[in-house]
Design a protein around this ligand. Structure first.
Ligand SMILES: [Zn+2]
Length: 148
């Protein structure tokens, strides 16, 4: 993951400035709630970031309407990326918090065209918990969901 980290306050972050048109960007799509653009950190041609227009740091800070809008824009952009660049694969990546590898603290989702041996890797160390542990985790989540 990139080492860049934007720690600007809300309203002054790099994506808020981009939404406001204060800094140039390679925009590919915009609607009432989202903006899609490319930045210099792209890892493959056609790598697009989809961000909420409103400043919200993480998935936990956006509204259900914004979440739906971001996914709809990501789907639209994925079709465009497929038509324009013909990648054999595509990955969506959305990071939250420093430990989640988020570097710009304004909600965004990456639409990443993928190719064989493109150097992108995500470590996935399986822990293989017991069924009892999984059932206990599921019960905790159902209880939490009931309170949402
Ligand atoms: Zn922002």
């Amino acid at each position: 993951m990139p080492m860049f980290a934007d720690t600007s306050p809300p309203g002054q972050c790099i994506f808020c400035r981009l939404v406001a048109g204060e800094i140039p960007s390679a925009r590919v799509h915009e609607d009432a709630l989202t903006i899609a653009f490319m930045d210099l950190g792209q890892v493959n041609p056609g790598h697009v970031l989809v961000a909420t227009k409103r400043h919200a740091a993480t998935l936990l800070d956006i509204t259900a309407e914004e979440a739906a809008a971001v996914m709809q824009t990501a789907r639209l952009v994925a079709h465009a990326v497929q038509a324009a660049f013909h990648p054999p694969g595509l990955t969506l990546l959305q990071a939250n918090g420093r430990e989640g590898d988020q570097t710009v603290f304004h909600f965004h989702l990456h639409v990443v065209p993928r190719h064989a041996d493109d150097g992108i890797a995500l470590s996935w160390p399986r822990k293989n918990p017991s069924t009892e542990v999984l059932l206990d985790h599921a019960a905790k989540l159902r209880e939490a969901l009931a309170a949402c």
